[in-house]
Design a protein around this ligand. Structure first.
Ligand code: TRP
Length: 446
């Protein structure tokens, strides 16, 4: 297809892919599991997993996408027509849309928190009220629904503008700014009295904490953080020009993602320890612990607390938007290429679908809390289904596809990795699939 859009430069490719990768996972999960898993000992395992498992999966997706210049479904149709691989194509259209639906709910919370920060709600409130704010906000019906709508609407506007004008422009402008913001917050956090304990928490090697389940969680986190297994990298790679070096883009993206996660760790944990609080994982960390810290700070220096809280929630919001647009693009590529929708119509249809599922997820913190699927609320069901199952399954199948189904020569021509090709191909064929099965079994039994 000659009129298909491509990213304008290597920088744009890496910024868009890093935009997908850098998200809530870097800010609210990475710092916590590093501390839990043995500090720098865990980081070493994380690095090895990234090189040996995540990078090969990334490259498998990238090779398939760039070879075909099609979205997930079209790529499978082109390379393996008339085979059950079409189901992988369909699965990876659906799974990012499920992720988008609940991710948008959390994105909506960050809209609300940014608004509250802008109206000085954290810097002048009292600590007890602010800690309770998150729980009462998410369980109320209307506020979170409105914010979910705003968040998804922002993503829709960016995606409807196109790959180059929308996604590329957004990513190339915001990613560098995001980086500066998080560095600023880190510098601030590191100057707080008592922050050293947070640095220790992240860095002190403790091999006794490095259990089998910590190793599995390092692999899982590296996988999640690079947005693998659901066709986002495949779809973005389908917009990469033939002259670009995919290995370089992969290493650039993984490197930027890791760097951001580490800096986010040094921005968050020192503040948590300086405030004398136990670190938590997940929403509690960014939406309860940190607002509490901002409120405490606000008691002595309201302007600084206001500034840092605004910058912090802006960082979360931008990071979430840049990930969410990559999920939406997968579905848009499918509808435009396979169903011949216009871009506008594709975005509109997906907006409605994801809005509905997201609205149900949002209400599952309040009025629909009693509705359970396999014992989980709808929100956590969607989260667990995708993070624990669909992502790993998709990643496994992409490596098998690139390693065993595609022509070796095609993979080699796309990768253009020179002497490193044999090593990478071995990782794609054997090591990465075996490791995914292993993570899967570990999570199942531990
Ligand atoms: N990598 C994202 C983060 O760290 C989360 C994510 C997981 C994701 N799977 C994805 C983003 C698929 C885009 C597409 O927050």
């Amino acid at each position: 297809m000659d009129n298909r859009e491509t990213f304008g430069s290597r920088f744009a490719v890496i910024m868009a892919m890093a935009g997908s990768a850098i998200g809530l996972g870097n800010i609210w999960r990475f710092p916590y599991i590093v501390g839990q898993g043995g500090g720098s000992a865990f980081i070493i395992v994380y690095l090895i997993s990234t090189l040996v498992i995540s990078l090969p999966i990334f490259l498998s997706e990238a090779v398939i996408g760039r070879k075909t210049h099609k979205g997930t479904f079209g790529a499978m149709q082109q390379l393996a027509p008339g085979t059950p691989w079409r189901w992988l194509g369909l699965l990876t259209v659906v799974s990012p849309l499920i992720i988008l639906s609940y991710y948008s709910v959390v994105g909506g919370w960050s809209v609300e928190f940014l608004f509250k920060a802008l109206t000085l709600g954290f810097s002048t409130g009292n600590e007890a009220e602010i800690t309770g704010f998150f729980g009462s906000f998410i369980s109320s019906p209307w506020g979170p629904l409105a914010c979910h709508t705003v968040f998804l609407g922002i993503c829709a506007l960016i995606v409807v503008a196109g790959v180059k004008k929308g996604i590329e422009t957004f990513s190339t402008w915001t990613m560098p700014v995001l980086f500066v913001l998080i560095v600023f917050i880190m510098i601030y956090a590191l100057t707080l009295p008592g922050s050293g304990a947070g640095v220790d928490y992240l860095l002190k090697p403790d091999f006794s904490k490095l259990t089998a389940s910590a190793v599995a969680s390092a692999m899982g986190q590296s996988f999640f953080s690079l947005s693998l297994g659901v066709g986002t990298i495949l779809t973005y790679a389908s917009y990469v020009h033939k002259d670009e070096n995919l290995l370089g883009s992969g290493i650039g993206t993984a490197g930027f993602d890791l760097l951001f996660a580490l800096i986010a760790g040094f921005a968050v944990m020192p503040a948590v320890f300086a405030a004398g609080i136990e670190p938590a994982a997940g929403p509690g960390l960014v939406f309860e612990t940190l607002p509490y810290i901002f409120a405490k700070m606000g008691a002595s220096t309201p302007w600084l607390s206001a500034l840092v809280s605004i910058l912090f929630f802006l960082t979360i919001l931008v990071a979430a938007v840049s990930s969410a647009i990559s999920m939406l693009e997968v579905g848009v590529a499918y509808l435009v290429e396979e169903k011949h929708f216009t871009r506008g119509k594709a975005v509109a249809v997906l907006f409605v679908g994801c809005w509905l599922l997201g609205a149900l997820c949002s209400l599952s913190f309040g009025p629909l809390a009693g509705v359970k699927i396999f014992g989980e609320t709808l929100f956590s069901f969607c989260d667990k289904l995708t993070s624990n199952f669909l992502m790993a399954f998709g990643g496994l199948l992409f490596t098998i596809f690139a390693g065993w189904r595609m022509d070796r020569a095609d993979v080699r021509d796309e990768l253009r990795a020179g002497k490193a090709f044999r090593v990478l191909y071995f990782l794609i064929r054997f090591v990465a699939p075996a490791a995914i099965v292993l993570i899967f079994l570990t999570n199942l039994f531990l």
